[in-house]
Design a protein around this ligand. Sequence first.
Ligand code: ATP
Length: 336
Amino acid sequence: MIRFVDVHKSYRVGGKDIPALEAFSLDIADGEVFGIIGHSGAGKSTLVRLVNLLERPSGGRILVGDTDMTALAGTALRAARQRIGMIFQHFNLLSSQTVADNIAFPMRLAGGKEAKVIRARVDELLQRVGLEAHANKYPSQLSGGQKQRVGIARALANQPSILLCDEATSALDPQTTASVLELLAEINRDLKLTIVLITHEMDVVRRVCDRVAVLDGGRIVEHGSVADVFLHPRHPTTRRFVNEALPEEAAGAHVPYEHVPGRILRLSFRGEATWSPTLGRVTRETGVDFNILAGRIDRIKDLPYGQLTLAMQGANLDVALQALRDAGIDVEELAR
Ligand SMILES: Nc1ncnc2c1ncn2[C@@H]1O[C@H](COP(=O)(O)OP(=O)(O)OP(=O)(O)O)[C@@H](O)[C@H]1O
């Protein structure tokens, strides 16, 4: 568990304390992939760097498991940091060292391991990130995606229980982003490692995260399961992020409703409900008519979901809507 208790952070700039993060409390559970999304300057990097105390909070406490990180210094802090791996947007690899030496670096730094143990661990990590054939190359000979894989292998070297990802896919093209996110999801599943991932893209959150916090101007404005936040964003900032990932036109938001007869409703289906013919059954049983204005089926991490924007009409419409809700479908009225 990573626990932030009433944490806040200011930076001293020109003799003044400028707040970067307002007081917040947040729990991140063991083994989850937790996303932190926000625009530039929202405080994401500050938040993630508080976990391993690369930044010290101005107030409050940060607990990692039973350890109060804010109470640590010196050797104890270095030991605690070894249990927290980190990857970066620009990879931060040592350009004069080979891939294998970059991966071995944190183990050499920590000390106490024989060269052959380090070599075996490097081989294992190269295999995990799919870079067996590149051990003796230098970072400049690798693609961006391969560099980030080296960054991931290096972050895992000392068998951390937490992996912090600071905009880890922001410098990568969409296809490479997808493969790096897949690798992170696999690592989370196999190693039961907690991942804290910061990003400015909702699509990254949708693909890999279990829960998400939305940061705006140094405040957490919304947090919850990705399915809840993604399908029912409440705060305007969250809505903007979701709309960037799912352009509103695709959800039917710009259909001129005034010319469409009936009530305009958005139905959201999750999991099993995505595949069952509930809409057909309910409309048949209640004699309600519907017209599909927009729709999609996709996944939020491993959860299939669907959203349909419908114009519905009929004397039994309220009965039909209740039957849909009873079947576990979220029903939102967009216009009457
Ligand atoms: N070392 C620092 N000294 C002074 N101010 C800082 C420092 N680091 C960050 N800030 C300020 O704190 C606020 C939050 O910055 P932070 O880097 O955490 O945001 P961010 O959401 O990660 O943005 P980006 O995506 O651009 O990195 C910003 O106003 C920034 O200017």
